[in-house]
Write a protein that binds this ligand. Structure first.
Ligand SMILES: [Zn+2]
Length: 197
C-alpha cells in the first residue's frame, strides 16, 4: 500500500455493512480528494448522530427527544402496538403508509446461538406499556426466520396473561426474508392478512 493513512481509512470503511475492500478503497481516495471543509462537516455530522440520536423512552424507536415523533403523535391509533425487531423495520412499515398504530422496537430477537435471551431485549417495557395503557391489539411483526418465530412464540405466551389480542403478520414476507427489504405491497398484505396468534 502506498499510504498507511489511506489504508487505515479504507480498513474503517471496510468495517461498514455492504462495503467491500474495493469500495472501501474508493471511498478512502474520495475523502482524500474532498475539501478539508467538507471532511470536517462530514465528521461532525457523524458525531452529531452519535450524540443526538437516542432511544425513545416509550417504544425504543430512534429519537432526538425523550419520546419519538410516533409516540408523540396523538392522531395515531393508541390501541394497537406493532412489535418489530429493529428501527429500520419501523421505517419500512411507515413507508407503506397503511399502519397507523404505535410501535415497540425489541432491538433484536431471541437467539440462543448468539447468546441473546429474552431479558436482553426491550420486552419488560412492552409489558409495562400494555399494563399501563388501553392497548387492545399487539401485532407481532418479526422477521419470518427461526429466531423471529421463536421470539413471536415467546411473546405470544407472555402476552396471553394480559388482556390483549395478539396477532402476527401474515407471511407475505417469505421465511428467511427481511421486513426491511420487503417491498411496500408485501408489507401491506402482510399487515392486512395478519392472523390471530
Ligand atoms: Zn416512541
Amino acid at each position: 500500500m502506498l499510504s498507511k493513512s489511506i489504508e487505515k481509512l479504507a480498513n474503517e470503511f471496510n468495517k461498514l455493512p455492504g462495503i467491500g475492500k474495493k469500495s472501501a478503497l474508493r471511498l478512502a481516495f474520495h475523502i482524500l480528494e474532498m475539501d478539508n471543509e467538507d471532511v470536517i462537516k462530514f465528521t461532525k455530522i457523524m458525531l452529531d448522530v452519535k450524540e443526538n440520536v437516542k432511544r425513545c423512552s416509550i417504544c425504543g424507536n430512534i429519537s432526538e427527544e425523550e419520546n419519538c415523533v410516533i409516540c408523540e403523535n396523538e392522531e395515531r391509533d393508541n390501541e394497537t402496538i406493532c412489535v418489530v425487531e429493529d428501527v429500520r423495520d419501523v421505517i419500512a412499515m411507515e413507508k407503506s403508509g397503511m399502519y397507523k398504530g404505535h410501535y415497540h422496537v425489541l432491538h433484536g430477537k431471541i437467539s440462543p446461538l448468539n447468546g441473546v435471551e429474552a431479558s436482553d431485549l426491550n420486552i419488560d417495557s412492552l409489558i409495562e406499556r400494555i399494563n399501563k395503557s388501553n392497548i387492545k391489539e399487539v401485532i407481532l411483526a418479526l422477521n419470518p426466520d427461526l429466531e423471529g418465530e421463536m421470539t413471536s412464540l415467546y411473546l405470544s405466551k407472555i402476552l396471553k396473561e394480559n388482556d390483549v389480542q395478539v396477532t402476527k403478520i401474515a407471511s407475505g414476507i417469505p421465511m428467511g426474508g427481511n421486513i426491511e427489504y420487503a417491498d411496500m405491497a408485501t408489507i401491506i398484505s402482510a399487515i392486512e392478512n395478519r392472523k390471530k396468534f
